[in-house]
Design a protein around this ligand. Sequence first.
Ligand code: NAD
Length: 472
Amino acid sequence: MSHLYRMLIDGELVPGTETFDVVNPATGASLAPCPKADAAMLERAVAAARAALPAWSAMAMADRAALIDRLSDALEARASEFASLLTAEQGKPLDQAMYEVMGSVFTLRAFAAMRVEPKVLRDEGGNRVVEHRTPLGVVAAITPWNFPLILLMNKLGPALLTGNTLISKPAPTTPLTTLLFGELAQAILPRGVLNILCDQNELGPRLTAHPDIAKVAFTGSTATGKKVMASGADTVKRVTLELGGNDAAIVLDDVDPRRIAHRIYQGAMTNAGQICVAIKRAYVPAPMYDDFCDELATLARQAIVDDGSKQGTTIGPIQNKMQFDKVKALVEDARQRGTVLAGGEPLDRPGYFMPPTIVRDLDDDAPLVREEQFGPVLPVLKYDEIDDVIARANAGEYGLGGSVWGKDLTRATDVAMKIDSGTVWVNQHLAIDASIPFRGVKQSGLGAELGEAGLLEYTQAHIVNSVELQDA
Ligand code: NAD
C-alpha cells in the first residue's frame, strides 16, 4: 500500500513534522507511515476552524445538510476501499468493516435529515420568548481505535449540521481511515470546517485545554475521560464523554439455553469483543449453567480466527499490543481462579490473536468480571435469585449497556428497568442506530450521542425574550 496519508488543515492536505508507523494487527508489520502534528500545527488547525465559523454557521441548515449528504455519498462510492483499509488498520473481518463503513454512510444521512427549529416558549400580551439553538464554536472530536470511522461520524454529523466547525483527532493506532475521509472532505467542505490532526497521544491534553475550543466530544476509556473533564474545567468546556462499560447479559430461566447462547456469543465476540457495549459478563440460572457454558464453548471452538482480510474469518486480531497484553493477563489470572472452557491461549503467529475464550466458575470479584476486558473473552457466571443477580449486574462503576433475555417479555422488561445503565436491551444486544440517543450512566459517560438529544449536545440555548414598546 503506497498511499501517502496526509492531515487536513485549513482545507489543505499536509504532511506532518514527522511520521510514525501504523501497524497491521494481523501481522504486526508496518502498514503505512502516519503524519504527526506538532503544537504549531494544532494552533493552525484551531485558527482555521475559528476562521471558518462565521460563514459556516451563517449558512442555512439545509445547505450544510446537503454537504453532509455529499460526504455520505462520497464515502459510499468508495465503501470497499474504506472497508479494506479499516480491516488492515483495525483488524476486524471485512464484512464487519463494511458494516461500519455503511453504518457511517447511514449515520451521516440520518443527521443530514434532522433539523433544529426555534421553539416559541411564550407568545402572549406582547411578550414573545423564543429559544433558538446556536452552535457552540470549534469542537474537538477525539476518537478511539475500536470503531474509528463511525465514532467520528457520530460526532461530525451533528457538529457540522448545527453550524460548528471540527477538529478530529483519531487514535494513534487507527488514524488511516480518518485521513482517507479527510481527502473526501477536502473536495466537499469549505476550508477550515473540518481539520484532522494525528498524534501519538500528545495532542489530546492540548486540545482539551485549548481556550478556543468550545466543546470536546470524546469517546474512549473512563480513565482518559476523567482527564478530559478535568482539563476542560478551566475554560468551562462543554464535554460529552462516551466511556467504558462492563455490560452484563442476564439470562432468565424461561429460555432455551441452546437457542440463546449463540446470540450472547455474538454480543460478546463481535469485533473481537472490542466494543464499549459488548457483553462482558453473562449471568445464567444455576439449572441451565452447564448447558449454557458448553454451548458457548462449542461456538468458540468453531470460530475462524485469522487475518480479517481473509474470506471466512469470524474473529480478527486484537487491535494493538497493549490491549493484547492486557487481555492475555486477564485470561492468565482467570485461569488460576476458574475454568477456561475454550480458547485461552494466544495463537502462535505474528499479530495479536487471542481466540474466543469462555471462562466459567469465577467469583464476581475476579478481575475478568470486575474490569472491562475489551477483548474476545467472556466470563459466564451462575445465579440463583433474580434480585441477587440484578444487584450483581449493577455493582461497579460502569453503567453503559446491558441485556435481559427471557420469553416472558413483561418479566424481562421489569428486570431491564432495574439495571442501572444508559441502555438496556431485551432479547437483543448492540442495537444502536443514529435515531436513538446513546449515553452512559455512572462512570460510563456524560451527555448523549446520537438521536435528537445527541444533536442538541452540539448547540446552546439562546433565549430571545421581547416585549413591545408601549407609546408613552
Ligand atoms: P483511550 O482513552 O486510550 O483513547 C481514546 C482517545 O483519547 C485516543 O484518540 C487517544 O489518543 C486520546 N487521548 C489519550 N490521552 C488523552 C488525554 N490525556 N486527553 C485527551 N485525549 C487523550 O481509549 P482507547 O483505548 O482508544 O479505547 C478503548 C476504550 O474506549 C474502552 O474503554 C471502550 O469501552 C471505550 N469506548 C467507549 C465507547 C462509548 O461509546 N461509550 C465507544 C467505543 C469505545
